[in-house]
Design a protein around this ligand. Structure first.
Ligand code: CU
Length: 179
């Protein structure tokens, strides 16, 4: 009985670590260190291609205002504070912005995140449209951007989500050779 309990606990621990940003050998993975408009480091985004072709993103930030925030993958890997306009528009691939729009969403569109009064967000997201090789590692790279307000998933081109309050340049993570 004791033995069964121990192995179940072990399986649960392994499952959790695989979901939270652990890389899989030979599949594309990426990371962004996110800074706010003052240049303060506030957290990290991990991005990973998975065997199913769906991209997994794990966002962990500490130090954004309480409330709901739009988060997107923007098309240029440059984060020039304070406004982060250098990151350009969303990774769009000719699509419309937002899940509530016909012809949407952008591959760079992500669900809103909610920060409590401590300013912390810890979330894992799946994105079937975002391709790590094609969208993140193209010539001008890519960046993750957090907005001051929430994305309404409708308004073009960015869901009326307000100013850009944090940004992280996405860089490739070495995942070794395919097995
Ligand atoms: Cu955005």
């Amino acid at each position: 009985m004791l033995r069964t309990t121990a192995s179940l606990a072990c399986a649960a621990t392994l499952g959790a670590s695989a979901a939270w940003g652990q890389v899989t050998l030979g599949l594309e993975a990426a990371k962004a260190e996110i800074h706010d408009s003052d240049g303060t480091f506030i957290g990290t985004l991990y991005v990973q291609q998975t065997p199913s072709g769906v991209t997994s993103l794990v966002l962990a930030v500490n130090g954004i205002p309480e409330g709901t925030h739009g988060v997107h993958i923007h098309e240029v890997g440059e984060c020039e504070p304070p406004g982060f306009e250098s990151a350009g528009g969303h990774v769009a691939d000719g699509r419309e912005h937002g899940i509530m729009v016909e012809g949407g969403p952008h591959p760079g569109d992500l669900p809103n995140v909610v920060a409590g009064d401590a300013g912390i967000v810890n979330v894992e997201m799946f994105n079937p449209r975002l391709d790590v090789s094609d969208h993140l590692f193209d010539e001008d790279g890519a960046a993750v951007v957090i907005h001051a307000g929430s994305d309404d998933y409708t308004t073009q081109p960015a869901g009326d989500s307000g100013p850009r309050i944090a940004c992280g340049v996405i860089t490739r993570e070495d995942t070794g050779e395919p097995e």
